[in-house]
Structures are given as structure tokens and as C-alpha cells.
Ligand binder design. Structure first.
Ligand SMILES: *[C@@H]1O[C@H](CO)[C@@H](O)[C@H](O)[C@H]1NC(C)=O
Ligand SMILES: *[C@@H]1O[C@H](CO)[C@@H](O)[C@H](O)[C@H]1NC(C)=O
Length: 301
């Protein structure tokens, strides 16, 4: 508890950015890039995840036909991924939000013009969001279930026109069901590829990747860089909630893994004081199955 004797402007600053209360969060997880990670229904049935990012739509833009890649789960070139609709519905029935993640570390994507962004927004609306009824010929690669929104994991190509795409997608919320916009920038601030899109202030959830980025991640006992970049992100980005994005296992990323007890004892108690704290994002379901990370942290998230 802050005492009333503190210097007033300092107190005000403190209350704007943190509060005495420790906030509760949820776990977001990426699913889709390894066939040996269980189905989407099984993932949601664990009860440990509040948000799922289906990864990835990794080919789009420049006039290309957008393409989904779900590794060993199914083959999007046939209709075999339409079964994923059962999983989407069972997750949503449990109150879990399910998003389509566009981008990723491997693929061929970039927006080359405003028209390109408009074409992609219509494609996403008709093929994955609520616009399927408008166009009965839309492909619906994941079947008829309506996803809750689009996740931006832009790691390649150019930053241009993503801010425009975010505005176009968000405007579909006016038609009825809310379209969520989420994103996974890298922890150096501002993000080179998503910075302008994030500045639209239209993001509901931002899961910052605090890994594969040495200047801002945890490393061997040192939590300082991570904590200072967490403050940078939560005080600069106007988004619904901000999440700490982490590898679910040592091998899940090149660097930045945090042992579960360091996270629960030294990091979460501090970052949970932020009003913008939303929880933890994990890469990925496959690695979480191997490490048991979400089970180890869920009570403290
Ligand atoms: C990647 O996309 C561009 C269009 O944006 C296209 O010209 C190029 O051929 C594509 N590369 C591959 C390897 O498909
Ligand atoms: C977005 O806004 C932040 C300030 O919060 C600024 O530092 C950054 O340069 C902006 N990024 C872009 C690409 O406009």
C-alpha cells in the first residue's frame, strides 16, 4: 500500500501505471505448427488456456492466393483442415477465444499496396471471420466456425499497410460480432514491423515476444532487462491487455527461456501489478506438452 505521505506527483504516476492489487491473467498459446501437439479440442480441454492462436497463414500479399500452413495437422490444399471447426467451436463453448495468426517466421508475405490490404481484409472476413454467409463460394479452409479475430505475428517483409489492414479488419466489428485484433511484436521497442500497426491503438491483446531478443529478455538470473522493457511496453502501447510472451521449453526458442520457478517467484509478482497485465503467451502447445510449463505456472498467472 502506498502511504499518503509520498510526494503527490510520484504517487499519481504510480497509480497511473500500477496498482496495489495484483491482477489475474490467462495463458495464450500458439497451436498449429506441429502435428504431434494434440487437436485443438484437446488443447482447450486442458482448461489451462484462455486464448489460442492458430498458426499460421504464412503466404499472403503481392497478389498471391493466401495459404494456411498447419504442419502435420491437416492439408489445407484439400478440405482436410475443415475439421478444425469442431475444435474452434469446442474452445469457444468453453469461453476460450480463438484467433488466426498471420505471418510467422517462415513464409512469403508482405503487403504491397492499399489494394493488397483491402483484398486481404475481405479474404480474411469471408474465409475465417463472420463474412462467410456473404460469399457462399468462400473457401473456409478451417470450415464454417467463425474465428474471434486475427493475430499479427509479422516477422518478415515490410511494415507497410499493416496499420491499414488492422483498421479494415476492426471495422467489421460494426457489422455485428466483435473482431479481435492481437499481435506478437518482438520485445525491442518500438517493433520494426508492427510498430505503426500497434500505434492505431486498435489491438485488444499484445503478446510481446520476450525471447530471441537478448537486449530485452531474461538471461541467466538477470530479470532487469525484461522488467524495464515490460514497463516500456505497458506504458507506451495503448492496447487492451499486454502479455509476457515466452518459450514454453528451453528448446522452443534460441534464447530467453525462463525456468518456471523464476517466473512465478521473481517476475510475475512484479509485472502482475500493471493495470495492462493480461497474462502469459507461450510458444507453443507442442513444447508445452513436453515441458509441463503451463501446468507449472497456471496458479500464478
Ligand atoms: C513471394 O511473393 C512475391 C509476391 O509478393 C512473389 O513475387 C514471389 O515469387 C514469391 N516467392 C516465392 C518463393 O513464392
Ligand atoms: C509508435 O508510437 C511510439 C510511441 O508510443 C513511438 O515510439 C514509435 O516510434 C511509433 N512507431 C511508429 C512506427 O510510428
Amino acid at each position: 500500500m502506498a502511504t499518503t505521505r509520498q510526494f503527490i506527483p510520484l504517487l499519481l504516476f504510480h497509480f497511473l501505471h500500477t496498482s496495489a492489487t495484483v491482477h489475474r491473467g490467462g495463458i495464450a498459446v500458439y497451436w498449429g505448427q506441429n502435428g504431434n501437439e494434440g487437436t485443438l479440442s484437446q488443447t482447450c480441454a486442458t482448461g489451462r488456456f484462455s486464448y489460442i492462436n492458430i498458426a499460421f497463414l504464412n503466404i499472403f500479399g503481392g497478389g498471391q492466393t493466401p495459404q494456411l500452413n498447419l504442419a502435420g495437422h491437416c492439408n489445407p490444399a484439400t478440405t482436410s483442415c475443415r475439421i478444425v471447426s469442431d475444435g474452434i467451436r469446442s474452445c469457444q463453448y468453453r469461453g476460450i477465444k480463438v484467433f488466426l495468426s498471420i505471418g510467422g517466421g517462415l513464409g512469403n508475405y508482405s503487403l504491397t499496396s492499399k489494394q493488397d490490404a483491402e483484398d486481404l481484409s475481405i479474404y480474411l472476413w469471408q474465409s475465417y471471420l463472420g463474412g462467410g454467409k456473404e460469399n457462399p463460394n468462400a473457401a473456409r479452409p478451417l470450415g464454417d466456425a467463425v474465428l474471434d479475430g486475427i493475430d499479427f505475428d509479422i516477422e518478415l517483409g515490410s511494415p507497410i499497410y499493416y496499420d491499414y489492414l488492422v483498421k479494415l479488419l476492426k471495422s467489421y466489428s460494426e457489422i455485428g460480432r466483435k473482431v479481435y485484433i492481437t499481435g506478437a511484436p518482438q520485445c525491442p521497442f518500438p517493433d520494426r514491423l508492427l510498430g505503426a500497426a500497434l500505434n492505431t491503438t486498435l489491438f485488444d491483446y499484445v503478446w510481446v515476444q520476450f525471447y530471441n531478443n537478448r537486449p530485452c529478455q531474461y538471461s541467466s538470473g538477470n530479470t532487469y532487462n525484461l522488467r524495464s522493457y515490460w514497463i516500456r511496453w505497458t506504458s507506451s502501447i495503448d492496447a487492451g491487455k499486454i502479455f509476457l510472451g515466452l518459450p514454453a521449453a528451453e528448446k522452443a526458442a534460441g534464447s530467453g527461456f525462463i525456468p518456471a520457478e523464476v517466473l512465478t517467484e521473481e517476475i510475475l509478482p512484479v509485472i502482475r501489478r500493471s493495470r495492462k497485465y493480461g497474462g502469459v503467451m507461450l510458444w507453443s502447445k507442442f513444447w508445452d506438452d513436453r515441458s509441463g510449463y503451463s501446468t507449472a505456472i497456471i496458479k500464478t498467472v
